[in-house]
Each structure stands twice: as C-alpha cells, then as structure tokens.
Design a protein around this ligand. Structure first.
Ligand code: GDP
Length: 131
C-alpha cells in the first residue's frame, strides 16, 4: 500500500508575501485557520506532512540550523497573481534569474493563495521530486 512519509519543508519569503496563507491552505480543511495574522519576522518554518515520499533532507544543529542536502528541490510561488499589477511567473523567473540554478531542480507556479489556485500544481511537482 501507500506509505506516508514526513518531510521537512522550509518556507521562505518576504514579509506579507503569503507564506502563512499558503501553508494554511495546504492543510486539511478541518485544520485550517480562518484569520491569518501576517507573520512578523523573515522566516517561517513549517513541518508538514505533504505526501508519501522519501525525505531527502536532514535538519540538524542547535544554535544554527544546518541543512544537509542532495539536490533539494526548490518550489517558487509567484503569489498574489490575482492582483491587477501582478507580474507573470515567467517574468518573475527572469527577474530572479532562476535559469542560473543548475544544481537543483526548481519550479515556479503563479498562485492565488486566497483562492488556493496554483498551490496544488506546486505541491504535485514537489511530491514528484521527493519520491
Ligand atoms: P506572510 O507574512 O508571508 O506569512 O503573509 P500572509 O500569509 O500573512 O499574507 C499577508 C497578506 O496577504 C494577508 O492579508 C493575506 O490575506 C494576503 N494574501 C496572501 N496570499 C494572497 C494572494 O494570493 N492574493 C491576495 N490578493 N492576497 C493574498
């Protein structure tokens, strides 16, 4: 049968970019929070069971967090795509020069975390990467 495996996902982004909203939407509906208060700080670390897959990640260390990695996949969300002046995911990848990332698999999705659009596409990609 299918085996569930816990994986560690590190979620990084600018303040107010939608990290908490994205993580919240990925939870089962009965575990979702209705009111999201913008996260203070610059890092949001979430441990979340997303799929049946073999984790390729080890997080260790006490004062510092040391991430040992082998081809850790990186998923980018170009979030808030619903905003009128939002730029496309293609343009975002150009602005961030993502094509220069040669040693890791990466993927970018446009998303609207309020409606939940684009999130599943990203998670499906991530799931494929960590099988
Ligand atoms: P965080 O600081 O990165 O955790 O950002 P939050 O998840 O707290 O979101 C910051 C604000 O942006 C909140 O008011 C969210 O409702 C809003 N927000 C998040 N995602 C979207 C989106 O896709 N579209 C729009 N229009 N607003 C969003």
């Amino acid at each position: 049968g299918l085996k569930k495996k816990e994986v560690h996902v590190l979620c990084l982004g600018l303040d107010n970019s939608g990290k908490t909203t994205i993580i919240n939407k990925l939870k089962p509906s009965n575990a979702q929070t209705q009111d999201i208060v913008p996260t203070i700080g610059f890092i949001c670390l979430s441990q979340y069971l997303i799929c049946q897959a073999k984790a390729d990640t080890e997080i260790s260390g006490n004062t510092t967090t040391n991430i040992k990695h082998r081809r850790l996949p990186i998923l980018f969300f170009a979030n808030k795509m619903d905003l009128r002046d939002a730029i496309s995911s293609v343009k975002v990848s150009q602005l961030l020069s993502l094509e220069n990332i040669k040693d890791k698999p990466w993927h970018i999705c446009a998303s609207d975390a309020l409606k939940g659009e684009g999130l599943q596409e990203g998670v499906d990609w991530l799931q494929d990467q960590i099988q």
